[in-house]
Each structure stands twice: as C-alpha cells, then as structure tokens.
Design a protein around this ligand. Structure first.
Ligand SMILES: *Cc1c(COP(=O)(O)O)cnc(C)c1O
Length: 375
C-alpha cells in the first residue's frame, strides 16, 4: 500500500463537477482579478465567521504582514510569537521592521504558553501573534486577557485552523484581526496561493484594503503607498465551492484522528495529540511524538507511508534567526519537539483501511524495536 501525506487528486475527484463548473464560469465571465466571485467569497467567509469584514489577500503571509502594517507596528517595536511554528508567523514581524520575540509553547497542545508569554512582555511589546497550530485553537481567552491588561494587540494566525474553536468561539474572532491561508494543502485550500483577513474593526479593514491595493480603494485614489496582494477571481470561485464542504471534511479529519488515537493508545513511548478541553481541534496536522522519531519515519517510509516533520527546527534555532544567538535552554519545549514530532497522513479522503495500515505499521515498528538489544 502507498499512502501519500496528502492526496489532492482524490479530493478533486470528489467535487469535480462543481469545481469544473466554477472554473468555466470564471473563464466565461472573463474577470480574473476582483469582481463578483471575490466579493462572494469574502461575504461567504465573513458570514461563516459572523464577522463584518473579510478581505481577500494573495496568500496567508501577506495577510499577517498587512495586519501588522495597518496596526502601525514598526522599527523599535516587539511582537511576541511562538518559537514552534512556521516562519510566516515571525518573518512578517521583521518585514514591518519590528523584532520577533519568540516564546515557548505548550508541550501537548503545541500552542503559546500564556505563562511564558507574560514573561516576554516589555515596554516595547506591541502585539502577540497567537498561532492556532495544527488545528488546535490557542488559548484565545487567556491571551486576550493578557493583551487587554497590557494594551497589546492580539493577532491570530489561523492558517492551520479553519473553523477551529474554543468554547464555541471560532479561532480568528478573539483578536483585533486574524490571518488565514488557503495554500492548497490547508484544511480549506485553493488551487494556488490565496489568503484572507478577518476583522471586526471598520477603520482597520479599510486601511488593510487600501494597503493590499496600492493604497487605493478605487482607481487612482492613492491615499498612501501600499502593495499588491489580491486573491484571483478563479481562486475565490473555487474556495466558495470548497467552503461548502469544509465542515464535513473537518469532521472526517476528526474521525481519523480518533481512530488513530484508539489504535495507538496502548503503545508506550508514543505521545498522541490531545484535544484541549472546550476546544474543537480540526486536525490540520496529526502530530505524534516519540524519541525514536527518525527511525520510525524511515520505517514508515519503507512501508510506503509518507510522513512529514512539522517542524524539524524551532524558529529561534534556524539560520534565519542566528543573529539572535538563541539557545535551546531558552525554549526547552520547542527544543524537544523539534526532535520528537512526526506528522501522519490525515485528510478527509483517507480510508479507514489506510488509517489502520498506518497504525499497524507503527505498532510493528515498536514491537520489533523492543526486541532489539539496543532498545
Ligand atoms: C501556511 C501558513 C502560513 C502562510 O500561508 P501562505 O498562504 O503559505 O503564505 C502562515 N502561518 C502558518 C502557521 C501556516 O501554516
């Protein structure tokens, strides 16, 4: 059996006629930037979140950048962001000239540890970026309290958390603005790059809309300089189609996660992903932890099972941030996670038979490992 980490052709086959129809509509309409399909997706997504403003962007990284820029975060300012995440949640801070201040995460839920966040606040801190990593909602309630008590902006990175929630409040509605990515492999993925921003704030929404379109809301109305970050009409049309399937796909991911968890529960030396109480985890990534991560990954590869490592290096330890001279002692959880995490295939089109095969292969690995003299 060959099990790829993700299988987007299976997903396409399951919604082929709807997708083909939407493509045809855009080509016949012959409007490729902006227009009715973009407006429709923005209103579909805003309605799903019960938020007044959804602004489409070129990708999720731009969404974060535009939020930071519109909040006037700049040189001399600090922004607290997780040490364990992917680089857009820190590089966009540097892009506006500010300094990313890394903070360690929770060892089980993989999201910002609020107790550690408090220790990182200085007189220069302007904002906190909460990343809802792997589909697990970060503690939006606690982080919002911390932000309010210290006059900081809470910015949410929801690239991996479409429709994740905490106490029935959707991730992406806790802070001043939230960034989404529709990179093809995300829970809601486009057929190319795309992203968006959600916010309740009218003034901020208008400023971000201008920044994303050369400072203009209409042609030649340049109140300021901006950039070009727009969603293609084609991506918008396809995302509107896929948005109708998102809830069902997320539920399927949850079922698969539950099946993995039940099949792997009794294996020692294996930490399974936990769903935090009162949250809805949408399992963008199903991340297990084991000290024998590299040999397990090799073994599964030989079985035909593709796995990935999110992330092989904590952000403070990457070349990009060498100049900060961070040490592993400063981020002990991240330092351990980078050596132990392994992501298993999880997507709505995965069959139970395939999930069982992955779980059986993992069981096989640990049973042969126990017998070997080196342990
Ligand atoms: C994917 C991702 C992004 C960036 O999204 P792009 O659309 O690829 O620019 C940002 N943050 C996190 C946590 C992501 O996983």
């Amino acid at each position: 059996m060959q099990i790829p980490f993700i299988n987007l052709s299976r997903q396409y086959e399951s919604i082929r006629s709807e997708i083909d129809q939407a493509i045809q509509f855009v080509f016949e309409q012959a409007q490729f930037i902006g227009g009715s399909t973009v407006k429709k997706f923005e209103s579909d997504f805003a309605n799903r979140y019960s938020v007044p403003h959804c602004l489409s962007t070129g990708n999720g990284t731009d969404a974060l950048f535009l939020i930071l820029k519109a909040l006037n975060i700049k040189h001399g300012d600090e922004v607290i962001t997780p040490a364990f995440s992917c680089i857009p949640s820190s590089e966009t801070i540097s892009l506006v000239g500010a300094t990313p201040v890394f903070c360690d995460v929770d060892p089980i839920y993989y999201t910002l540890n609020p107790d550690e966040v408090v220790k990182k606040i200085t007189s220069k801190t302007k904002a906190i970026i909460a990343v809802h990593l792997f589909g697990q909602s970060a503690d939006g309630i606690e982080l919002k309290k911390i932000c309010d008590a210290n006059s900081l902006f809470l910015i949410e990175d929801c690239a991996q958390a479409h429709l994740s929630s905490q106490t029935n409040k959707l991730a992406g509605t806790f802070g001043v603005a939230s960034a989404f990515s529709f990179y093809p492999t995300k829970n809601l993925g486009a057929y190319g790059d795309a992203g968006c921003i959600l916010t309740h704030d009218d003034g901020l929404a208008e400023k971000m809309r201008r920044l994303a379109n050369h400072g203009a809301l209409a042609k030649d109305d340049h109140l300021m300089e901006g950039t070009n970050s727009r969603m293609d009409s084609l991506q918008a049309a396809l995302l509107s189609v896929k948005l109708n399937h998102l809830e069902k796909w997320n539920s399927k991911r949850k079922e698969i996660a539950a099946l993995y968890n039940s099949l792997l529960a009794d294996i020692n030396n294996l930490t399974l992903p936990a769903e935090k109480e009162n949250t809805n985890h949408t399992f963008h990534i199903f991340s297990i932890q084991t000290a024998s991560r590299d040999s397990l990954k090799n073994y599964l590869g030989e079985c035909g099972i593709e796995t990935m490592i999110h992330y092989p290096k904590g952000l403070p330890f990457t070349e990009a941030y060498k100049h900060f001279q961070h040490s592993e002692k400063e981020f002990p959880v991240t330092a351990k996670l980078q050596q132990q995490v392994l992501s298993l295939p999880v997507y709505a089109e995965l069959t139970n038979e395939e999930v069982i095969f992955v779980a059986e292969s993992i069981r096989q690995f640990f049973s042969t490992q126990k017998k070997s003299p080196t342990g």
